[in-house]
Design a protein around this ligand. Structure first.
Ligand code: FMN
Length: 355
């Protein structure tokens, strides 16, 4: 049995395991509820979801579990991109993605961050997490009134200190190994690419609120190592993508399950924001155009039709296959089996250490 930590007590969960919010349809209500039912904290990634989709997903999660769960949003950013630059990128994408005959146009989401967050406040969710910045004080206050626990994301000590001063409850320390987008929000993203072995102790030593480790953690060894470095919980993303309940496309799951070693790379080519995924043809074809990549979320909106078409047809070469550096440890299990096996292996390791 794992010891209780400040986070298991605060979030009222059995195990200090958080299934990472993962935007793009992976975090189905079934996955979120299965993780929470198994004793961890399931998280719905709502960053790309409309207010109606968010509300329906929360209703579905609540129908499947009475345990706590989290919902995650992206803090909005102001892109600096001209019409000329956009037209230039449309030309590049049309050339690079010719096989799809996809018409690239400059779409938007059609809803705002405010529309999304209001649903979360109305629904009085148990846990709210965010990435890409700081949460405005007015929202923080509303969540606090609802007793919602609030989690921010840091990739450096400077970001962690600001988040703590801001008044949130918990911080995810996101290491260089992490799959998906970098949560960096201060300075140049390339200056906060810190591996967890170095990042976790720095953050733990510089803030007093509990820390959650995220990045490259896939099994009992990783969980115990991060725990020894001082965190009170672990957030795992990639490990849950291949779970039976995950909404990831079957070819995405297969790409992770067949990884023999780290074949990921950090790229801005899909969204305009640095993110880690399995290297594929699209990333290679976009390499010559790195100085033309547009700010997030403009680049994200322009590449959306490509990613949608690729996912629909299972063409992994043009999908964003977000993954952490330890994907080769991926397993095809149910979320409950994964959590049980982590639990069992932790006990085995602890027994060995005590012998
Ligand atoms: C497919 C994918 C999508 C992600 N989407 C989000 C997201 O919507 N919000 C967020 O805060 N983090 C997101 N992340 C980052 C995770 O929160 C976490 O930092 C990361 O998964 C940890 O690394 P790991 O994948 O090696 O476990 C995503 C990660 C992946 C792999």
């Amino acid at each position: 049995m794992w010891p209780q930590t400040r986070i298991t007590k605060m979030l009222k969960i059995k195990y200090p395991i958080i299934q990472a919010p993962m935007a793009g349809g992976i975090t189905s209500p079934e996955l979120v509820a299965a993780v929470s039912n198994a004793g961890g904290l399931g998280s719905l990634a709502a960053g790309y979801m409309s207010p109606d989709e968010i509300r329906n997903a929360i209703i579905n999660i609540r129908a499947l579990t009475n345990k706590p769960f989290g919902v995650n949003l992206f803090i909005p950013e102001k892109p600096h991109t001209t019409k000329k630059q956009i037209n230039g990128m449309i030309k590049i994408l049309n050339k690079v993605c010719k096989p799809f005959e996809t018409r690239i146009n400059q779409g938007t989401d059609g809803f705002s961050f405010e529309d999304q967050i209001i649903v979360l406040i109305e629904e009085k969710i148990p846990v709210f997490s965010f990435t890409f910045g700081l949460l405005e004080k007015k929202w923080l206050k509303k969540f606090k009134n609802n007793k919602t626990k609030i989690i921010g994301t840091a990739t450096s000590v400077a970001e962690a200190k600001i988040l703590e001063r801001h008044g949130i409850d918990l911080i995810v320390a996101q290491g260089y190994e992490a799959g998906g987008h970098r949560g960096n929000f201060l300075g140049n993203p390339n200056d906060s690419l810190i591996g967890n072995m170095a990042l976790i102790p720095q953050i733990v030593d510089n803030v007093t609120i509990p820390i959650i480790a995220a990045g490259g953690i896939m099994d009992a060894r990783g969980i115990l190592a991060a725990t020894l470095l001082g965190v009170d919980a672990i957030q795992m993303g990639t490990a849950f993508i291949t779970c039976k309940e995950s909404g990831a496309h079957i070819s995405y799951k297969k790409a992770l399950l067949k990884a023999k070693h780290d074949n990921t790379i950090l790229t801005r080519s899909f969204s305009g924001k640095l993110a880690r995924g399995i290297k594929n043809k699209y990333i290679e074809l976009m390499e010559p155009y790195q100085d033309k990549i547009l700010d997030y979320p403009i680049q994200h909106h322009l590449t959306q039709p490509i990613r949608k078409m690729a996912t629909k047809n299972g063409v992994t070469n043009f999908m964003s296959l977000w993954s952490g550096q330890a994907a080769y440890l991926s397993q095809e299990l149910t979320a409950s089996q994964l959590i049980q096996s982590l639990n069992k292996n932790i006990e085995i390791i602890i027994k060995k250490i005590n012998q």
